[in-house]
Design a protein around this ligand. Structure first.
Ligand code: AMP
Length: 432
């Protein structure tokens, strides 16, 4: 039988790696909660219209990357390509805005799907953790959201990331700037890639982050956003940067940063990190201030503003691995039981359950074996203690407990085991 591989661009996440993904999720949710966010879980599958409405026709995601298909009832449905649209749809569906307590603050975590060309750090199914803060327009919120992303990465152990920021200004500034770009790129579009031809038509801002090297050269001489910003947008941007300075969050201004989706305005940001081995996985986090999404779902206009970000879990994981940030996270067990003889196996089955009842991670083999093989297995499972017993020990209601780090071995009465583990494993923890 030929084996079946996972669908191109998807991947299995197994054991230690899966633990780290869960850890990233856990660390992120704690940070988000400390900023006053609540979790929201929206469907992976939405009506295609949700993304058509929210993301704007000029974005690559909507243009060509969505997993869209007809279900058996002939409805067009789409696997979400990002988290924001579903959260906005949900806010309107559930009238979550019907509260005096603005802003609404939600965080999410889950799989997203994009039909992209798989490469380093680029999958077709990947996971994002992210936040949306909706209903209030404030430079404080914009800066605080960036701080939340920075804090998450700090908690995960990152020390050296590059935060890039830019402003896309308010709508009028953006329109004026787009016009200037249209006229500049219009004159040289024949020298640019086919995607840029379409970008020029749909949203010339997107040309700024074209990755084709020849096009990047032409982008260098393009008009600058700074020259088209309204006074209000300039001040808004400067205020946000000052607020980042106050929290001592380092950043770098990058006026080619535009982000892939059309709903962004004012501040946008991305976080990058090159691995020690020189691998560039692309942005690990991207987000910014947005307007006009709630309205596309029929939400109230006066609350139609927000700020958010999404972080790519696969990329965060790959970097953590290369940076040595997960070495301490490998799963361990407290004790591995080593029964010698049939009767001892029977006892191990009950003892494991008893110790688990006290909250310890305990494993035992289901048949007896050679002591040497059991020690090897305990080592592979990164057990802290080996608990060894044969029929002689059981007759005396004692076991041998061996500390696998120090190799010290002690005789412990079975009845005293929970207390022994409590004392021993706690001391262990304090010493770390
Ligand atoms: P975006 O919604 O495009 O701003 O993406 C947010 C984050 O998701 C990015 O900063 C990446 O970390 C991650 N990401 C985006 N696309 C992919 C992909 N194809 N594979 C893995 N991670 C991705």
């Amino acid at each position: 039988m030929p084996t079946i591989n996972p669908v191109k661009g998807t991947h299995d996440i197994i054991a230690d790696e899966a633990d780290v993904y869960a850890y990233i999720d856990y660390a992120f949710s704690n940070v988000a909660a400390s900023f006053g966010y609540r979790r929201i879980v929206t469907p992976i599958l939405e009506h295609t219209e949700v993304f058509d409405r929210a993301t704007g026709e000029g974005s690559d995601v909507v243009r060509k990357e969505m997993y869209t298909f007809l279900d058996k009832g002939n409805r067009s449905v789409t696997l979400r390509p990002e988290g924001t649209a579903g959260v906005m749809r949900s806010i309107v569906t559930n009238k979550l805005y019907a509260t005096p307590d603005m802003p609404l603050k939600f965080y999410y975590s889950g799989s997203v799907y994009r039909y992209e060309r798989p490469q380093l750090g680029r999958y077709r199914e990947f996971r994002q953790i992210g936040v949306e803060c909706v209903g209030e327009d404030s430079a404080y919120l914009d800066a605080e959201t960036i701080a939340l992303a920075a804090r998450t990465l700090q908690v995960l152990g990152f020390q050296d990331v590059k935060l890039k920021v830019n402003t896309l200004g308010d709508k009028a500034s953006r329109e004026a700037y787009k016009e200037a770009l249209r006229s500049y790129f219009g004159g040289i579009i024949d020298q640019m890639c086919p995607d840029c031809h379409e970008r020029l038509r749909l949203n010339p801002l997107r040309i700024l982050d074209c990755k084709v090297p020849e096009d990047q050269e032409l982008v260098k001489d393009a008009p600058k956003m700074g020259d088209y910003l309204s006074e209000a947008s300039k001040q808004r941007y400067q205020k946000t940067l000052a607020l980042l300075d106050e929290l001592a969050i380092p950043y770098e201004e990058d006026d080619t940063l535009v982000r892939g989706l059309d709903y962004y305005g004012e501040i946008v940001f991305e976080v990058h990190c090159i691995s020690p081995e020189g691998n560039d996985y692309g942005a690990i986090c991207g987000g910014g201030h947005y307007e006009g999404i709630l309205g596309t779902f029929g939400g109230p206009q006066e609350l139609d503003v927000g700020v958010g970000f999404a972080m790519g879990v696969e990329r965060v994981y790959s970097l953590m691995k290369e940076l040595g940030l997960i070495d301490n996270l490998a799963e361990t067990i407290d004790a591995y039981l080593m029964p010698l003889g049939e009767q001892a196996v029977d006892f191990a089955y009950r003892l494991a359950d008893g110790l688990r009842g006290y909250g310890y991670a305990v494993e035992a083999p289901y048949k007896t074996g050679k002591l040497g093989a059991m020690f090897k297995r305990a080592e592979r499972k990164k057990a802290k203690l080996a608990i060894i017993f044969g029929e002689d020990e059981l007759a005396k209601q004692i076991v041998q407990v061996k500390d696998l780090a120090t190799q010290n071995q002690e005789e412990v009465p079975v009845s005293g085991l929970p207390q022994y583990l409590a004392d021993h494993l706690q001391e262990d923890g304090e010493g770390e």
